[in-house]
Write a protein that binds this ligand. Structure first.
Ligand SMILES: Nc1ncnc2c1ncn2[C@@H]1O[C@H](COP(=O)(O)OP(=O)(O)OP(=O)(O)O)[C@@H](O)[C@H]1O
Ligand SMILES: O=C(O)C1=C[C@@H](O)[C@@H](O)[C@H](O)C1
Ligand SMILES: [Mg+2]
Length: 183
């Protein structure tokens, strides 16, 4: 017998830049009958500006204030796949809230994979540096324990195609969250 549906019925994707949170979120939402919400896109929509422009205008601190507020708002919802930004776990209040509001999945990618996937992409201000590899290593050291602290499931995406990552996530979901997923 399957477990009763728990509420809220949310899947929350955390993990570093280019781990695939936005990309996988779409497919996962479709497969589980949930709605995709992308926190970075919501921040941009509310600000009427790109993330790069927000960083340029308000600095990282301004962006983090917006991110904290939007996440608190979005996490009130039920029935979503939430693709968070890579730095969502930096805020202690957000870290408390995430596991209370859904099943948290940590999508991991190594700095080498992140660099390969984000090559030539100018949308991520933290990577617009002379040595983005060093930045990614430093961020991983700081953030990996934070992702681990909030997530119930961890998937290393380095050697997996997006469809395989999606299949692994679906395999790891409790039945009450998978109920909309086609067999
Ligand atoms: N498993 C994968 N294999 C190959 N390419 C992938 C995989 N997952 C994501 N990608 C590609 O990597 C790029 C970054 O993915 P995506 O935007 O989903 O990352 P993200 O985790 O949302 O990053 P951010 O935290 O910066 O928002 C995209 O071009 C996406 O298609
Ligand atoms: O890892 C980060 O700090 C970030 C990741 C992206 O999702 C965006 O939220 C922004 O580029 C910052
Ligand atoms: Mg994203």
């Amino acid at each position: 017998m399957s477990e009763p549906v728990r509420e809220p019925r949310n899947i929350i994707l955390v993990g570093p830049m280019a781990a695939g949170k936005s990309r996988l979120g779409r497919e996962l939402a479709q497969r589980c009958g949930l709605r995709l919400v992308d926190a970075d896109a919501e921040i941009e929509r509310e600000a009427g500006a790109s993330i790069a422009a927000i960083f340029a205008r308000e600095g990282e601190a301004g962006f983090r204030r917006r991110e904290r507020a939007i996440l608190a708002d979005l996490l009130m919802q039920d029935g979503i796949v939430l693709a968070t930004g890579g730095g969502a776990v930096l805020d202690a209040g957000t870290r408390t809230l995430l596991p209370e509001r859904g099943l948290v999945v940590h999508l991991h990618a190594s700095p080498a994979t992140q660099l390969a996937r984000a090559a030539g992409d100018t949308a991520r201000p933290l990577l617009q540096q002379p040595d983005p590899s060093a930045v990614l290593h430093a961020l991983a050291t700081e953030r990996d324990p934070l992702y681990a602290a909030v997530a119930q499931l961890r998937i290393d995406t380095d050697d997996l195609a997006p469809s395989e990552v999606c299949a692994r996530i679906l395999d790891g979901l409790p039945t009450w969250l998978r109920s909309g997923a086609g067999a």
